[in-house]
Design a protein around this ligand. Sequence first.
Ligand SMILES: [Zn+2]
Length: 54
Amino acid sequence: MPSTSEVCQTSGIYRVVNHIKHPKEITMVKGKEFPPCSECRARVEYSLKEATKH
Ligand SMILES: [Zn+2]
């Protein structure tokens, strides 16, 4: 599971999975680093919800 500061391998929509306080969804592009929580800067893990369609 990708987590904060790892490089994204698959473009798409990701959901925060281990951070109940701020269960955000973010759009990621391949090659970018996964950010920390946008609210409190905590390190979080993500799961791919929907890959970007081409
Ligand atoms: Zn947070």
